[in-house]
Design a protein around this ligand. Structure first.
Ligand code: ZN
Ligand code: ZN
Length: 327
């Protein structure tokens, strides 16, 4: 099969002929129809995340069709359409797994990071960690729901019942979760790179009540803020933008260092937290909600071989919505 392979961090992916994988007992072989490109892929390729499997097929927002079943895999039939998310496997036995926090599993495996992912014509996945995809979505439209959507949703849940929510970094995750938040009656304040009027227009077109540069303060204090941009300097800025008792949620897996700031900005029960990975429960809840909203993902499609160019677009914030590779 054709695959885009990372041989060493900080080198471009190589278009390679790669052996088609065989599904093990609980796994299914999936013919990949679409794989969205996530900023995390960029962190893996750039060597910002430790110890990736090498060589590696990246990609963890996969939509495809089951073409072969492992010995014990019977959850989806041959021909069923499935989605493969970032959490590829968890042990089910550690204290995190036993307390509903499999996202923090000590032995967790991650698609396109410690397991091969979807920048290829085929991939294998443990079917217990896959999701059915609502019929109303095309393959390309559904792909970004698998991470941008899911991690965005987990970040949104951390905001509790916050009415006014700021989103820093209006990319793939933000454009999906803004729609979910509005469906729940929340107001979205969108923060983009300074002067990125195109992204600000895009945010307003999705219903944001305000959009501006991330260096500015919003017209009203926020109840919560979610930071998707990998920029630590946004943490103190977001803290200044939230109301007493407000929360700042860091939704990314990697961020530059957070600069120091006066304790006064945290005072009055403001809090900061991060979101790590996802649980299958997040996925089940999310895929029930998306068709009701209904979430509409804005996608740009590219052939698989363009993966390096697409990663570069993500690096420079040139994608409005989500970029999706089509093998
Ligand atoms: Zn575990
Ligand atoms: Zn991701």
């Amino acid at each position: 099969m054709r695959a885009m392979v990372l041989e060493r961090p900080q080198t471009p992916l190589r278009a390679t002929d790669w052996p088609t994988p065989k599904p093990r007992a609980n796994e299914i072989l999936i013919q990949v129809r679409a794989c969205a490109v996530c900023r995390t892929d960029l962190h893996v390729v750039d060597g910002e995340l430790p110890n990736p499997k090498l060589p590696l097929v990246p990609g963890h927002e996969i939509v495809g069709v089951v073409v072969e079943q492992g010995r014990k895999a019977r959850r989806f039939g041959i021909g069923a359409r499935v989605g493969v998310p970032w959490l590829g496997w968890s042990c089910g036995k550690c204290r995190f797994c036993r307390t509903g926090r499999e996202n923090l599993c000590d032995l967790a495996q991650f698609t396109g990071y410690t397991r091969n992912g979807g920048y290829a014509q085929f991939t294998v996945a443990d079917e217990r960690f896959c999701f059915s995809i609502p019929k109303m979505y095309s393959d390309a439209e559904a792909a970004p729901l698998l991470c941008a959507g899911l991690i965005g949703f987990r970040s949104f849940k951390k905001c509790g019942d916050a009415k006014r929510i700021g989103i820093y970094g209006f990319g793939a995750a933000a454009h999906i979760i803004a729609q979910v938040a509005e469906f729940h009656g929340r107001e979205i304040f969108a923060f983009t790179r300074r002067g990125d009027l195109k992204a600000q227009r895009f945010a307003r077109s999705l219903g944001a009540v305000w959009a501006g540069g991330s260096e500015t303060l919003p017209p009203r204090k926020l109840d919560a803020a979610i930071i998707f941009a990998p920029v630590g300097a946004l943490v103190p800025l977001a803290l200044k933008a939230v109301e007493k008792g407000g929360i700042v949620v860091c939704g990314g897996i990697h961020m530059s260092d957070v600069p120091s700031f006066p304790y006064e900005w945290l005072w009055e029960e403001r809090s900061i937290c991060s979101v790590a990975n996802l649980t299958r429960r997040d996925g089940n809840e999310f895929f029930k909600i998306v068709p009701r909203v209904p979430v509409r993902a804005t996608v740009d499609k590219f052939p698989l071989e363009k993966a390096n160019e697409v990663l570069d677009k993500v690096r420079h914030g040139k994608v409005h919505g989500a970029a999706v590779l089509i093998p």
